[in-house]
Write a protein that binds this ligand. Structure first.
Ligand code: P53
Length: 485
């Protein structure tokens, strides 16, 4: 029976804008993450018209990793991390996005961070664009709706591939590129693609255009990355939420199939190098006037990704309508129904460890590429005790159940898995709500939703547990008693 690789990349994942802070340090420009206010559980974040005085922007300071990363890397080393997934803030390298020359202070920051990781035996795993394009590209170009943004992105990618050659081997192009698939979430359209939909515009048409430019830019980046260093492994990054049919009714099964196709055509293009026919037919039938050239299709064909990075938090179930159209066109708001067979987090996320194994089989059947679980985790309210402990057995239970399932996928199903980087290994700002109190970390950060706190770091019970998991290469998933306080 196959085992986890000897060099399995146990790690932790974060994103630049959610932990660095230092939003104006070292010449950094304003990113889309800098104009999003704090929301709450059930309260959307607002996108303001630039940075407005008096508003609360949680990403501006975040957990101040920009100034404290050396201390944090020591905690990661003691934890035993083999890799650390973060992103490069595009706005540190090209503050406005359309400059001719990169910003040296920004480049130097990541040189220092990557050197510090390597000194401590930790491999950086880097996302090029994780929900934070330069805000200037939104105001001047309308975000990814403009073809010129492809060149700006490829220039950014080329700059960092060259600069960090030999220091970074694992890359991903766009974080959760498919989060915008439904085109109905203002938040996803803005964070993925810098899109603000104007009155009278068809959001889906705008999304398909922007996403097309993104997959072209991704394929170009893959090609450049391989030219710069053939040792580079460049992946897609897909938000994997499996859609199950709500019943065995054939129409529900077909609905689930179309829901999966609608969310994962991005992976089809990034892995197979071409659009699936159903989507091209659908775009034509809808009358979308898309700028997709033959030259673009050649680019897609020439730039397939090396592996599939993906996030996994939850699954969903879908149901056909009574008067389902022939297209089975999928819409989140119409088609999702509650799944009575799984539990939910306080934020309504359906907890489904078996769904992770299912998703890994689905990816492997469809693409035959190595997989890398680059996000998984449990957002919860934690209680810090007076003596600075956090008894987060619920988080250990969630992570353990998911690790058990991916081990089955490797050991029983024979799936090729590069590594596992649980999300928010150190508490950080939530992408969806802007909260600090929705925590994922095995390291607690003393800061709350109001933005107050000392920013001190404390090890949670889950820290000691994960340390044991890594030390035994996943063999020992049992509970541990914290060794120190
Ligand atoms: P938060 C929605 C659904 C699944 C994953 O999310 C998502 C989102 C966007 O909120 O995002 C990923 O912080 C994303 C991370 C994010 C993490 O999941 O809303 O790649 O940036 O923080 C968790 O609880």
């Amino acid at each position: 029976m196959a085992k986890l690789r000897k060099d399995f990349l146990w790690g932790g994942a974060v994103a630049a804008h959610q932990l660095e802070g230092g939003w104006q340090e070292g010449g950094k420009g304003v990113s889309v993450a800098d104009v999003m206010t704090a929301g709450a559980n059930g309260v959307d974040r607002r996108i303001t018209d630039g940075v407005v005085a008096g508003e609360n922007y949680p990403n501006h300071e975040a957990i101040d990793f920009y100034h404290r990363y050396k201390e944090d890397v020591q905690l990661f080393k003691e934890l035993g991390l083999k890799c650390f997934r973060t992103s490069i803030a595009w706005t540190r390298i090209f503050p406005n996005g359309d400059e001719d020359e990169p910003n040296e202070a920004g480049l130097q920051f990541y040189d220092d961070l990557f050197d510090e990781l390597h000194r401590n035996g930790i491999e950086p795993v880097i996302t090029l664009s994780h929900f934070e394009m330069p805000y200037h590209l939104v105001t001047e170009y309308g975000g990814w709706r403009d073809r010129r943004v492809i060149d700006f992105f490829v220039k950014f990618a080329t700059t960092v591939f060259k600069r960090y050659k030999g220091k970074v081997h694992y890359w991903m192009t766009f974080n959760e590129i498919n989060n915008q698939a439904d085109a109905s979430s203002t938040f996803a359209l803005f964070t993925n693609s810098g899109l603000l939909i104007k009155p009278g515009e068809n959001a889906a048409a705008v999304m398909y255009q922007a996403a097309h430019y993104e997959v072209v830019a991704s394929a170009l980046a893959v090609q450049v990355g391989h030219q710069v260093d053939p040792a580079n492994q460049i992946g897609a990054m897909i938000a994997m939420v499996p859609f199950y049919p709500a019943s065995a009714k054939p129409e529900d099964v077909m609905k689930a199939e179309r829901a999966m196709q609608s969310r994962y055509w991005f992976a089809d293009v990034q892995c197979n190098g071409r659009y699936p026919a159903w989507l091209t037919n659908y775009q034509h039938a809808q009358g979308y006037d898309l700028d997709i050239t033959l030259a673009d299709l050649d680019v897609l064909q020439a730039g397939p990704v090396d592996y599939i990075g993906f996030s996994y938090y939850m699954s969903m179930a879908v149901q056909a309508q009574a008067d389902e159209p022939a297209s089975y066109a999928y819409r989140d708001a119409n088609d999702i129904v509650a799944n009575p067979h799984v539990a939910r987090s306080d934020w309504g996320w359906q907890i489904d460890p078996v769904g992770l194994r299912y998703a890994m089989n689905w990816f492997t059947d469809r693409y035959r590429k190595p997989l890398f679980i680059v996000e998984n985790g449990f957002g919860a309210i934690d209680q810090l005790t007076a003596d600075h402990q956090v008894h987060d057995d619920y988080r250990v239970d969630y992570l353990r159940a998911h690790i058990e399932q991916f081990k089955l996928a490797v050991e029983v199903d024979g799936i090729d898995l590069i590594g596992y980087t649980p999300w928010g290994i150190i508490d950080l700002v939530s992408a969806g709500t802007g909260q600090m109190d929705k925590r994922y970390g095995v390291i607690y950060v003393d800061k709350n939703d109001a933005g107050t706190g000392t920013l001190a770091r404390y090890k949670k019970d889950s820290y000691y547990w994960y340390q044991q998991v890594i030390a035994t290469n996943g063999d020992d998933l049992t509970a541990v008693t914290p060794k120190e306080s």
